[in-house]
Design a protein around this ligand. Sequence first.
Ligand SMILES: Cc1ncc(COP(=O)(O)O)c(C=O)c1O
Length: 401
Amino acid sequence: MNTATTQSSQQTIEIFDKYVIPNYGRYPICLVRGEGSYVWDAEGKRYLDLFPGWGCNMLGYCPPPVVEAIQSQAAKLIHVPNTWYNEAQGAFAEFLATRGFGQAFFCNSGAESIEGAIKLARLHSPEGRHKIITFENSFHGRTYAALTATAQPKFHEGVGPLVAGFRYSAFNDLDQVASLVDDETCAILVEPIQGEGGVNIAEPEFLSGLRKLADENDCLLIFDEVQTGMGRTGTWFSYQQYDVQPDIMTLAKGLAGGVACGAIMATTEVARSLRPGTHASTFGGNPLAMAAGVAAGKMIEDENLLEHCQEMSRRFASHLQTLQTELEIIRELRIRGMMIGIDLTVPSMPAVAKCMERGVLVNATHDTVLRLLPALNVSAEQVDEGCEVIAEVLREMREEA
Ligand SMILES: Cc1ncc(COP(=O)(O)O)c(C=O)c1O
């Protein structure tokens, strides 16, 4: 395998230091190529990535059908504006609607899909109804309405004033939501599984209760499935495991096999409120992203990756449950498909560096949670390899605690 690059990680870092705004904390490594769940740095070191693309590389790095679709589409038509029809957009909308529900509006990111969903909810609601209820420890993105919806004070510091009309409730606390709903409420926006907030799984009664509350109070239920959608939890969308259908669903991250793409899915009745002139996205639904999305979706079906995801999820769970019986620093395991949270009694950040030294990439979130979002096509050997390294690292951390 040729991993030769033209410059070292250090040379790239020097260019960043001069020319790239330093708003991200970055590891001092430049990644240059990837294949499946493996990725290589400029020095040729290989990593097993159990958090590929921050959840965007749902099928790992460079999934061949997606690469082929992009190459072939790029030679025909990269972008056309939404004043014309394009075949790929229709095909991807049909794909998503027939695996889920409703009609699609396409955009380019998670935050953009949240902005669109909030606008749609307000547009659909009678005059005067504008309030949106969201949840503590949620994460919906960094643009202003998405940021305001994100009920975590640390993300709000220094950037106010925020958008008016948001109310926050504790997650999994139906009584508190009920106490916040009033005749100005137009929507309840919730992640069925909070990702950034620590892999917090909604109770089934909570989501069915939200559905009931929304129906009784004439407001909409919006599920943010930016992280949980497109097969991540072992079904196309995580609402399908709850038997609760939202009115609007937001999607992004792994939607198009690693290509920037976001979407809103809305029931046809609600979708009608997004009339011409009310909302738009210049790049949204461009043929390149749409072709990648169709190829990603077909790959998930052709390779039975929803079943495989569930099988690998059980394999991760079995390794991690065994480890939990050995290590008291594992407080709780929260696992749904390829969405895995290992809640520790100690800060989780040091585990990331220790795993990276040993060639495994993972993420830390919400202070104590080690988070994995492995590719749906991760192999059994890779699950074993990754869990072995995590076990070694957590044993070391137990000694240090
Ligand atoms: C549930 C959820 N919603 C929205 C977003 C924002 O997505 P993006 O970073 O593509 O704007 C994220 C990103 O992590 C997310 O996890």
